[in-house]
Design a protein around this ligand. Structure first.
Ligand SMILES: [Mg+2]
Length: 228
């Protein structure tokens, strides 16, 4: 692969496209080189910060500025902070995303939140479901970092994802309004293009999942290249 033709910038998915678990995929270097440095990463990751992902990528030999990494987890928190500045937030997410929420002025709480935000919380529990479901029924806005139910794990296993955790809350509440942030929703594609300063017709989305990377990219007018 020499370089991508007729594009001003490339958005890469992360898992299954550039990396898989704890290793880089064999085609990752060619993909990144083909973008001639005009790329950003848009990932449904709802556990790590961009800084953590930049460090991970560095360990694989890829220098990626954290400012070039859009994660669904951080995008969801930014959305909550922009729509409801200083809101009381009940968050089911990693310690690093909780810290990020605090830096944006959100007030983390365990009672009467304005917003319930669900990420890939490895400590998700019965109590989390009980609290979140009751807060949502009492009027808190429900924000879900991504709709994915699972992602591929080692040796053919599956890893439960944010959408599965959120589904347990929605099973208790019944149908309630909620906002989903990750792919295939348009938000993080638009954020990625804003970083690159490119228009949809001149931006290529490269990903392994036609349902999320592909459908989402096409819905905002970008071209899609499937890898993996
Ligand atoms: Mg993927």
């Amino acid at each position: 692969m020499h370089e991508f033709k007729d594009v001003d910038g490339v958005l890469f998915d992360l898992d299954g496209t550039l990396i898989s678990g704890n290793h880089a995929l064999p085609w990752a270097r060619d993909l990144i080189d083909a973008s001639r440095g005009h790329f950003a990463i848009v990932t449904n990751d709802a556990e790590h910060t961009a800084s953590e992902i930049a460090i991970l990528m560095g360990g694989f030999g890829f220098i990626v500025a954290e400012e070039r990494i859009v994660t669904a987890g951080m995008a969801a928190i930014r959305l909550a902070a922009e729509e409801m500045p200083g809101a009381k937030l009940f968050i089911a997410a990693s310690a690093s995303l909780q810290a990020y929420a605090r830096t944006l002025g959100l007030n983390l709480c365990q009672e009467r939140p304005d917003v319930v935000l669900i990420g890939r919380d490895r400590k998700f529990s019965y109590d989390t479901i009980r609290s979140a479901a009751n807060f949502v029924l009492a009027g808190a806005k429900l924000v879900i970092c991504n709709p994915d139910l699972t992602h591929p794990g080692r040796e053919g296993s599956i890893v439960p994802e944010t959408g599965a955790l959120a589904a347990s809350i929605l099973a208790c509440t019944g149908p309630v309004p909620h906002q989903i942030v990750g792919k295939p929703e348009p938000g993080i594609f638009l954020a990625g293009m804003k970083l690159l300063g490119t228009s949809p017709d001149r931006t290529l989305m490269v990903g392994d999942n036609p349902e999320t990377d592909g459908k989402g990219a096409i819905s905002v007018g970008m071209n899609f290249l499937k890898v993996g």
